[in-house]
Design a binder for this molecule. Structure first.
Ligand SMILES: [Zn+2]
Length: 266
């Protein structure tokens, strides 16, 4: 019996570690983003994915060693917490990126406008949230452009540079196409199962999941539909700052990689 539990535990941990797939997603030649979490406060090992991402200029963390973190949110639909999240970010003067779907932009234009007005980056999560690894390039282009147009209609952000692929699905083909379309893929190095709105577990759960794995250079993925996240955010930011972390925008990450180091000044 004990052995059975151990096996079950290992199995569960395996799935939790390989977020967010929860299922094996290699079907049509695509990969589901995932990594092995560690408790050492280091960037998680992503195995073979690192090489593929590097080849196409995609990111999942900042490897510079700087004690920085990047907050990113995925917004597929609204549950009423994004205003609170924006309030906390404003209060602490923390930049973030919000990856939006078409449904989100159409139903929450005022929140989208607020994100842009308050200096956050709006990223592309595609219009209809399809698995991009199984669509044609033309369809992918359409998914990205229709979202850009929707965002431009309701906010001052004209250009979108960052893509978070729906469901974390990617392939060499989608990484290449995104680049050709002017996009940089942004994956993540920290996340947990936070999107089940009927299974929220209290702010402490969100707080511990993030703080237990915090590491220099983390790109943190949070879903705005989580009431736990909304309640934990203020405490997370306070504690990370106490630990010496700085919050930066994705532009900081991407720009410093493009500039020669002496010019950048660090
Ligand atoms: Zn999504």
């Amino acid at each position: 019996m004990r052995k059975y539990i151990a096996v079950a535990m290992t199995f569960t941990l395996f799935f939790l570690a390989f977020l967010p797939s929860g299922s094996v997603t290699h079907a049509a030649g695509g990969y589901g983003w995932g990594f092995k979490k560690n408790d050492d406060h280091e960037i998680p090992d992503v195995g073979q994915y690192k090489e593929i991402l590097d080849k196409y200029g995609a990111y999942y963390a900042d490897h510079s060693g700087e004690k920085v973190v990047y907050l990113t949110f995925d917004n597929g639909y609204e549950e009423g917490y994004t205003d609170d999240i924006l309030d906390v970010l404003k209060e602490h003067d923390v930049p973030a990126a919000f990856f939006l779907t078409g449904h989100y932009v159409k139903s929450e234009p005022e929140l989208v406008e607020r994100m842009a007005d308050e200096g956050h980056i709006i990223g592309n999560h595609s219009y209809h949230h399809p698995d991009l690894t199984i669509v044609k390039k033309e369809k992918m282009k359409e998914e990205l452009e229709s979202l850009e147009n929707a965002v431009a209609e309701v906010s001052d952000q004209e250009e979108i540079k960052y893509l978070r692929p729906p469901r974390g699905m990617f392939s060499e083909k989608t990484l290449k196409w995104a680049r050709e379309l002017g996009y940089t893929h942004i994956f993540w190095s920290s996340a947990f199962v936070d999107w089940e709105t009927s299974e929220q577990k209290g702010w402490r759960y969100a707080y511990e999941n993030i703080m237990d794995n915090i590491h220099p250079g983390a790109i943190i993925l949070l879903h705005t539909v989580s009431s736990d996240n909304a309640k934990a955010l203020d405490k997370m930011i306070t504690e990370m700052r106490k630990q010496g972390y700085q919050f930066k925008s994705l532009d900081h990450l991407v720009m410093k990689n493009k500039l020669p180091r002496p010019i950048y000044g660090y």
